[in-house]
Design a protein around this ligand. Structure first.
Ligand SMILES: Nc1ncnc2c1ncn2[C@@H]1O[C@H](COP(=O)(O)OP(=O)(O)OP(=O)(O)O)[C@@H](O)[C@H]1O
Ligand SMILES: [Mg+2]
Length: 204
């Protein structure tokens, strides 16, 4: 299942709540964040020479390969990426297959291969003001970034890439869910559907 949407729209929150409802043995989240290409040797500063919001910053070929392998019931060695140092670890994480794999990331629905692999496609939607505010508090608190750096990166990279690649991919979603309000009802509907392995929940 693909879970796309703008940065800080609430994708990871939705995916981890869904995983909690389904249980770790039944469901796992494969995050696009793992697949950043290591650009630590050229990185100068937030919002400068490296654009982490462009599809070319990510190894979608490896992510597709892993999603496919997991879908066929085999484990993969998933990369480990550190946001503070912009480095891919030399270690990997053994990711075991599950009946439900959630693909979480801004550009999942922009990638034709991942889109095709997913049997359900969701887009989490939130306004630009909401996404900026959340990103500012998360990146300064959890990712060791400065407020100036977060603002510069948002204006120069996050927003233009959102408008060019993320927002247009909304059209590929089977369902758009607001990430600004509680998504309780949609979470329980999707959990029930995924447990049964049926095709699509009703909105009733
Ligand atoms: N439905 C919601 N209502 C209120 N706050 C929310 C909701 N969903 C997420 N948040 C908050 O918004 C922030 C960003 O959420 P989250 O990390 O899930 O975004 P994301 O889409 O995964 O972002 P990114 O693409 O940058 O990884 C978090 O602080 C989270 O607690
Ligand atoms: Mg996330």
């Amino acid at each position: 299942m693909a879970i796309a949407g703008g940065s800080a729209s609430g994708k990871t929150t939705f995916a981890s709540r869904l995983q909690a409802l389904l249980g770790d043995a039944y469901c796992a989240v494969l995050s696009q964040d793992r697949y950043y290409i290591d650009q630590s040797s050229v990185f100068r500063g937030d919002g400068e020479n490296v654009n982490f919001d462009h599809p070319s910053a990510l190894d979608f070929s490896l992510m597709r390969q892993h999603a496919e392998t997991l879908g066929m019931g085999s484990a993969v060695e998933a990369p480990i990426y550190d946001f503070a140092s912009h480095k891919r670890s030399i270690q990997t994480f053994r990711f075991d297959p599950r009946p439900v794999i959630l693909l979480d990331g801004t550009l999942i629905l922009n990638d034709p291969g991942l889109r095709e692999l997913a049997d359900h496609r969701i887009f989490i939607s939130a306004s630009e003001a909401c996404r900026f505010e959340r990103r500012m508090s998360r990146d300064t608190r959890e990712r060791g970034r400065s407020p100036d750096g977060v603002q510069r990166q948002f204006e120069r990279q996050v927003k233009p890439m959102h408008d060019q690649f993320v927002e247009p991919s909304r059209t590929f979603a089977d369902e758009v869910i607001s990430g600004e309000t509680g998504f309780e009802e949609r979470l329980s509907a999707w959990a029930a559907l995924l447990r049964e392995g049926a095709s699509r929940p009703s909105r009733e």
